[in-house]
Design a protein around this ligand. Structure first.
Ligand code: SAH
Ligand code: F3S
Length: 481
């Protein structure tokens, strides 16, 4: 993975093996976080049963669905531009219907139909099971909207179809929604209350992936460390659970252990960890199992205690350092990445310097860095002036990016002359004669193909590096996996 300073500019359209009897064509495109990509696989699965096969040709589609992101204004603008493109295509193919899914659908609701005439269908992240009914409405010439959020929908009973998959790594969602209410963030409004998926259905999905030859699973959630299953219901109601429910509850550390034990040949990752919820138990479980990757995505957002408080993050700078120290102590070769926001309202140069010094302390391996983008309806938008000039936000962002590049290079260099385990995922973008994969720390590694194949776990001796990529030579299969 590379350092990025903004979200996917390119949406990804998804392909799917066709079902012979299906006659309708679905073109589905996803923007934003991994959860959206995972949700699109659920949507394709639901529509596969309704007579749709997916197509990668927009021009051929009977139904176009775009799974949208609202996290920053730019993400929304990207989607609006795509709608213009769909509009042009619809002029050639007037029967084509267009639906908007995901966070923008949830945020704008039926306003979408007024603002974008091309849109026939608006469906929020918890309403995908209603798609068959909604599409029937649209086919009869009416617009259709369902943006009802749910307290219990996890799509645990739907087997996602793996779209555009390399057949090696897959996402499995374990929680939906978020209860944290960080003041800058639109997610709690667009994805609703946090809920956990039943562990058995998670284990079954992973078993099925293993049977189909997959080698790596990333457990997904807005905040995976707050996973808690006690027979259904929201985390905040756990206090009211029965003694039996409490005694048999499964938290994230326990879930990780269940996964690692059930599938010892599968490599596990997870994302995202919120520092306030990451427990020592999780770190210890990572240390205990070889097949849990030593990599933690641990967004910090800011290094300033005052700003962290304004953001309603539930930890201090000192507590974050304590967590980092524990990770370093218990998992010495663990890599850590971050999300950082530059130019949150009221952020002073002093606060910004606190962010830079926090980065110096941690020396992250990667980072995802953003200029603050005010989101309508969030607490920050309601209570605070977006008072940092765009120029200042951009300058602070470039300082953060530059420092991160320096740290990424230091982290990459630490692998020089070391052996590192790589799961081969694909042919390298730069050379047809080289494989590309990732090591447990989530760094990309490229090396000559020789007789190895996609899906192999190999040991690579690292000979060269850039800040984002390690280069080396395979020295044999991994004995771990
Ligand atoms: N827990 C989530 C976080 C979702 S948002 C997860 O699974 O990744 C991803 C990142 O976007 C956040 O960590 C934050 O750094 C950034 N972000 C969120 N809202 C933002 C905003 N209004 N402006 C700029 N960046 C934002
Ligand atoms: Fe957003 Fe904070 Fe949740 S960043 S997704 S409200 S943890």
């Amino acid at each position: 993975m590379e350092n990025v300073i903004d979200e996917n500019k390119q949406g990804t359209s998804l392909k799917l093996a066709s079902k012979p009897d299906n006659t309708k064509k679905l073109y589905i495109e996803s923007y934003g976080c991994q959860m959206n990509f995972s949700d699109s696989e659920i949507v394709a699965s639901i529509l596969h049963k309704e007579g749709f096969n997916t197509t990668s040709q927009l021009e051929d589609a009977d139904l176009v669905l775009v799974n949208t992101c609202s996290i920053r204004d730019k993400a929304e603008q990207t989607v609006r531009k795509r709608l213009e493109k769909y509009n042009a295509v619809k002029r050639q193919n007037p029967k084509m219907k267009v639906g908007v899914l995901g966070c923008m659908a949830e945020r704008l609701k039926s306003k979408f139909l007024e603002e974008e005439k091309i849109v026939d269908l608006v469906v929020g992240p918890d309403a995908y099971k209603d798609l068959p009914n909604l599409i029937a409405e649209v086919e009869e010439g009416r617009n259709a909207v369902n943006v009802i959020l749910s307290k219990d929908e996890t799509y645990g009973d739907i087997a996602p179809v793996r779209l555009n998959s390399n057949g090696v790594s897959a996402f499995v969602s374990i929680t939906r929604g978020c209860d944290n209410m960080c003041t800058f963030c639109v997610v709690p409004f667009t994805r609703g209350r946090e809920r956990s998926r039943e562990p058995q259905s998670i284990l079954e999905e992973i078993k099925d992936l293993a049977n189909r030859g997959f080698k790596e699973v990333t457990l997904l959630g807005q905040n995976v460390d707050s996973f808690l299953w006690y027979g259904g219901g929201m985390k905040k109601d756990f206090a009211k659970a029965s003694d039996l429910q409490k005694a048999t509850a499964v938290d994230f550390a326990a879930l990780l252990e269940l996964c690692a034990k059930a599938q010892p040949k599968m490599r596990f990752r997870f994302s995202t960890s919120n520092p306030q919820d990451m427990s020592l138990d999780v770190i210890k479980t990572m240390a205990k199992y070889n097949n849990i990757c030593n990599y933690i995505h641990l967004p910090v957002q800011s290094g300033s205690d005052r700003i962290l408080k304004e953001m309603n993050r539930q930890h201090t700078r000192a507590e974050y350092f304590e967590l980092i120290d524990n990770v370093n102590k218990l998992l010495p070769d663990c890599s850590i990445s971050h999300d950082i926001i530059c130019g949150f309202p009221t952020e002073t140069e002093e606060d910004h310097k606190d962010t830079l010094s926090l980065m110096e302390y941690v020396k992250y391996s990667f980072g995802y860095m953003f200029a603050y983008s005010e989101r309508p309806g969030t607490l920050a938008a309601r209570k605070l002036d977006d008072d940092i000039p765009e120029k200042v936000k951009k300058r602070r962002l470039s300082e953060v990016v530059e420092l991160q590049q320096k740290h990424s290079l230091i982290r990459s260099k630490a692998f020089l002359n070391q052996e590192t385990e790589v799961l081969i995922e694909k042919t390298s973008k730069k050379s047809d004669s080289e494989w590309s994969g990732r090591n447990p720390q989530n760094t990309t590694v490229v090396f000559p193909k020789e007789n190895y194949k996609i899906g192999d776990f190999v040991m690579v001796k690292v000979e060269d590096c850039t800040s984002a990529t390690l280069k080396g030579k395979a020295i044999g299969y991994s004995k771990n996996m």
